[in-house]
Design a protein around this ligand. Structure first.
Ligand code: 13P
Ligand code: SF4
Length: 321
């Protein structure tokens, strides 16, 4: 931030607003010049969602990446999202504002466990949440996102399912698809796992009429007290369609931008401490502008690995169609 010597905090705010407006114009210009498209997840900061061409949940963004005819895809999310875009578009340049933006859960599968499970169960499908590394995808039979996991697991011919890496989404799917034997893996999102029942009840005590809307990455104790469970896009749709005017939102706080933009008359509360994925917040206007100028933060996936990881991703897009 640039400080102005008027000694007045209002001057700083005005100056900062002007700088952001200038950056937004420069980004717009570079996007046109380079035929670039900006994809942003609902957890990205507000200012990033404001300039994105496509904003959505993981499933929507995977489809948007696949259908894009831009030369450059600039992905404002975390590494598994940029990687998935590259896997689906090998001929395109995929950039990320900060290549260190990562999803902790994407790595939470013990070395060798997939082979162990395949040896143990003859009829096993390895179902891989898209929040995973390309390496894990390459060893899996099908990918899923939080918005299509139930549909895809139901559609599989296999009885035995090893669900990686998220035990919470896996347990949610297991409840919805009791006819399958779903084996859970010991991984979870550290941000959603920190939401505790007491934090949600504290909000409910303040706002007794509010409905509780929850992402399935939360622990079961949160799912059990919720009025609705769904992906970020599902939560946003539910809030818009609902007659209720107040909601307690159990997911990362970036969704607040779309929720409040779509529903200025409704109230949205978050558990305290407010869930925040620091990696998602590495997507800033400054980083977007500099990566569009320099084209230096390029997402690369080894070609052999890419071909293997493409199979479960394409299978997901096909089954979920
Ligand atoms: P969505 O499938 O709702 O985009 O969730 C992605 C994610 O990272 C949740 O933490
Ligand atoms: Fe990964 Fe959790 Fe961040 Fe989503 S909120 S990107 S699951 S760490």
């Amino acid at each position: 931030m640039t400080y102005v010597k008027c000694g007045d905090i209002i001057c700083q705010v005005i100056k900062e607003k002007e700088e952001k407006a200038t950056m937004k114009k420069q980004i717009e210009q570079l996007k046109k010049e380079k035929n670039a498209v900006i994809l942003a997840h609902y957890y990205a900061p507000d200012e990033v969602q404001q300039i994105a061409d496509y904003i959505g949940d993981s499933f929507y963004l995977a489809k948007a990446a696949k259908n894009s005819d831009a030369d450059i895809i600039l992905f404002c999310g975390v590494s598994f999202m940029g990687e998935s875009a590259k896997i689906l578009n090998p001929e395109k340049k995929v950039l990320m504002p900060d290549l260190t933006a990562d999803c902790a859960m994407a790595h939470m599968v013990k070395q060798g466990i997939i082979d162990e499970m395949r040896a143990k169960y003859e009829d096993l499908a390895v179902v891989c949440y898209i929040n995973s590394t390309a390496e894990l995808k390459s060893k899996s039979d099908v990918c899923v996102t939080s918005s299509n996991a139930v549909k895809i697991v139901k559609a599989l011919p296999n009885k035995n399912i090893f669900f990686i890496p998220d035990k919470n989404l896996g347990a949610f799917v297991a409840e919805q698809v009791p006819e399958k034997n779903i084996i859970l893996n010991d991984g979870c999102c550290p941000i959603h796992a920190k939401i505790e029942k007491e934090h949600v009840f504290a909000e409910k005590a303040k706002h007794p009429k509010a409905q509780i809307l929850t992402h399935p990455e939360c622990e079961k104790e949160i799912l059990d007290i919720s009025d609705y469970i769904g992906s970020t896009a599902d939560i946003i749709k539910y809030a818009k369609d609902s007659d209720c005017g107040e909601f307690i939102i159990c997911t990362e706080d970036g969704v607040n931008f779309k929720l409040t933009t779509d529903n200025p008359e409704k109230k949205f509360y978050f558990p305290n401490p407010r869930p925040c994925c620091k990696d998602m917040k590495l997507n800033t206007l400054e980083n977007i502008l500099s990566v569009l100028e320099k084209e230096d933060r390029v997402v690369e996936v080894d070609e052999e690995l890419r071909k293997k990881a493409l199979i479960p991703l394409e299978r997901m897009l096909e089954i979920a169609k």
